[in-house]
Design a binder for this molecule. Structure first.
Ligand code: AMP
Ligand code: MG
Length: 351
């Protein structure tokens, strides 16, 4: 079964063709980092416009490089959310347009869940050896821990009470004057830091509490940066101390979750922060269970992970997966209108 996956929830326009949820024929990703780095963060309106400019040409490129056309596609999987509303609308409208033209079903996919499938795409082991698994999605927008009995069952055990882990890397990078997105730059700086030179608070220490928090850590970094003249701490040492706690917190919480779910057979780590080398090292040391990370190309947003989850949703229940779905129904109408800067009576003019 051939699925076209479409992703446009934030600052990557991404399309992929995936056979049977596993074989990626082609995966195209157009990053908007160069555009948004000027501003030090994603500007939603600009992001939506860039998706609109890129998506049609990327679709044509995808089809020509794979030698496929729309009639070969069995279904279209598209990110339903969460994400920036204007950006989601571009992908959703494009998917619905294609679906309508060719009489194909649209499969609405949760973007955060799909990140787990980014990791699954790189795992050779059969699902019986992977599930039940504890899956961490550590990205720019989420720090979620799921218990999964199968590749389509997501039981949310923990999430962040404030900033996401990747977001905190980006904000710390910004405070340190590093380019956007800060994550990889903070990691390189941290590699040059001396361990245990800068004290950092330990976040959410209550052992029974499965929750993440990053805003206090961000404040601690801000204070450490302010007092560098007095303390003599180097930027590298502050980056190192921040990274150790940002990641260490996840390792501690994972330990609690493993105690709560002894049937767990493996750990999956997905999302942009899964690209962090120190994270990979700490995770492997933390447990004797197999730990799976996505191949680097499927760590951040991509269309292959969307197509893959869409496939498994479709296999599990084709009737539900193929239901007509309206992006407008996910958001209160008022919110949508405010975001798009239109008046209530203009509902009909929105694509
Ligand atoms: P995503 O939200 O999944 O698209 O991933 C983007 C997020 O991952 C951003 O917050 C990045 O800063 C973060 N990120 C990417 N590479 C790294 C890294 N090597 N270390 C820490 N964070 C990273
Ligand atoms: Mg993402």
């Amino acid at each position: 079964m051939l699925i076209l996956g479409i992703e446009s929830s934030c600052d990557e326009t991404a399309l992929a063709l995936v056979e049977d949820g596993k074989v990626v024929l082609s995966s195209l990703i157009a990053s908007q980092i160069a555009t948004h780095s000027r501003w030090g963060g994603v500007i939603p309106e600009i992001a939506a416009r860039e998706h609109l400019e890129a998506i049609r040409e990327m679709y044509q490129q995808l089809m020509s490089t794979t030698g496929k056309n729309l009639s070969d596609v069995d279904a279209i999987g598209v990110t339903q959310g969460p994400g920036l509303i204007g950006c989601l609308l571009v992908g959703a409208s494009f998917a619905k347009g294609l679906a309508q033209a060719a009489g194909k079903p649209v499969i609405a996919v949760n973007h955060v869940h799909a990140h787990v499938h980014g990791a699954l795409l790189g795992i050779e082991a059969p699902h019986e050896q992977i599930f039940p698994t504890l899956a961490l999605v550590v990205s720019g927008g989420h720090t979620n821990l799921y218990y999964m009995n199968s590749c389509i069952e997501f039981e949310l055990l923990a999430h962040t009470m404030d900033d996401a882990c990747g977001e905190s890397f980006d904000k710390v990078g910004k405070m340190m004057g590093l380019p956007y997105p800060g994550g990889p730059h903070v990691e390189s700086l941290a590699q040059k830091g001396t361990p245990e030179r800068v004290p950092m608070p330990r976040m959410v220490e209550r052992k029974s509490q499965l929750v993440f928090s990053y805003s206090g850590l961000k404040t601690a970094v801000a204070l450490a940066l302010k007092s560098m003249d007095k303390t003599g701490h180097r930027l590298e040492d502050i980056a190192h101390a921040f990274q150790e706690e940002a990641l260490g917190q996840i390792i501690r919480k994972l330990g609690i979750a493993l105690g709560m779910r002894p049937a767990t057979k493996s750990i999956i780590v997905a999302g942009g922060v899964a690209a962090n080398g120190r994270f990979r090292e700490l995770m492997k040391r933390a447990t004797a269970l197999p730990v799976w990370f996505p191949p680097l190309k499927y760590c951040s947003d991509n269309g292959a992970m969307i197509a893959s989850l869409a496939y498994f949703q479709h296999c599990s229940n084709p009737a539900t997966a193929a239901l007509e779905w309206d992006v407008f129904s996910r958001y209160p109408f008022e919110t949508l209108m405010t975001t798009l800067g239109t008046k209530n009576n203009e509902k009909q003019s929105i694509p």
